[in-house]
Ligand binder design. Sequence first.
Ligand SMILES: Nc1nc2c(ncn2[C@@H]2O[C@H](COP(=O)(O)OP(=O)(O)OP(=O)(O)O)[C@@H](O)[C@H]2O)c(=O)[nH]1
Ligand SMILES: [Mg+2]
Length: 421
Amino acid sequence: MIEIPQKIVERALLVALIKGNVDSDIVKEHLDELEELASTAGAETVRKIVQAKYSADPAFYIGKGKAGELIDVVEKDQIDVMIFDDDLSPTQVRNLERTLNRKIIDRSGLILDIFASRAKTREAKTQVELAQLQYLLPRLTRAWTHLSKQYGGIGTKGPGETQIETDRRIIRNRISHLKENLKRIESQRNIQTRGREEFTRICLVGYTNAGKSTLFNRLTDSGVLAEDKLFATLDSTTRAINFNKNSKILLSDTVGFIRKLPAHLVASFKSTLNEVRDADVILHVVDISHHYFEDHIKVVDETLKDLSSDKKTIIRIFNKVDILKDRQKISYVMNSYENGLIISAEKGINIPALVDKLIKISETSFVEENIALSLEDSKTAAKIHSLAEVLDTKYDDSKIHIKYKTNRHNSDKIKKMVHGK
Ligand SMILES: Nc1nc2c(ncn2[C@@H]2O[C@H](COP(=O)(O)OP(=O)(O)OP(=O)(O)O)[C@@H](O)[C@H]2O)c(=O)[nH]1
Ligand SMILES: [Mg+2]
């Protein structure tokens, strides 16, 4: 008989602080989200603890007294790991680990772990490893400083320090190596996307699990992974859609957002997030059936601002209307949010209205323009050919007159090139 090893499910205790006047309902909702993240990472939540405190304790986060109280709890509930809804300092991690003798994970560490297990392509794997090492580096340093200060003495000087220095150097070298790799991958991507200038670029963004990939599949007939897990998508996928011959659209599906997305992740996912920056139009997918959907909207809006993409045309797509119980929300969002559409990507509800909207956008996002260049300026003429569909070229004694059609993004580029010099 073959014995199949069972997958070990870690038992988790989740911890959050209610700081100052923060609404306790919101903290509980954040803990529910942390539970989802924990389950995505493969842990079972056994208990959740909320501690009210004016501000976080610098040494123990929840306070030394509270940490002491938890010694019995983690023993009785056979807890393997404690997960905190905030980011912890290296000192806090060390103190908590010492007191409770359990693995201590913070929110960024958990999200990085999920990203690491989800990354499939070389690009995503490189991006995640880079973020993980950058997260690790200061922790390595500070944990050591802390240790040597507190204990000093034998074993904490000399060779020990050298070891840490070596580790840090190895990590730094690896970081620069990964950055180089990412640059190379990014330049390959730029080559691949050349020649697609006549398309209107539309990008799906939204809180994780809102239904972006499901909608992407519905609109493009693709089979990208869509599942009821956080961060199912890490890589962007782009497909052309031809609703009719005047509308040329490139639709991109990309990584989801979440509150407190670790800064290192956002930084190292720069090239993936370029899909958002380069888009002409953004479809912001919202799970309207979620109790806190408006908090999710805020998080996404803030992230778009960080990506300098909040001034683009944004259409809010309120998804999952098929499972919406509180029907009053429909009139509420229609009155509160301009440019919104209520759909179900899974059940296909209201998709034709969305398609109509996209066709209109892509038809009107093209402009026809004329430009006159000096006869010698063949460089700019060649550039126009690469950025636009050239409809007509005429020569007179002193000028080349080019009539072209392109999207607004490239039209701006061309005008800058011609008039800006
Ligand atoms: N009931 C219902 N479920 C939906 C709808 N759209 C998507 N879902 C479900 O919601 C879950 C998440 O869908 P995805 O399309 O993977 O969501 P996503 O936004 O791409 O998520 P990430 O890539 O993880 O950020 C899946 O289980 C889908 O089946 C919908 O209109 N109605
Ligand atoms: Mg997805």
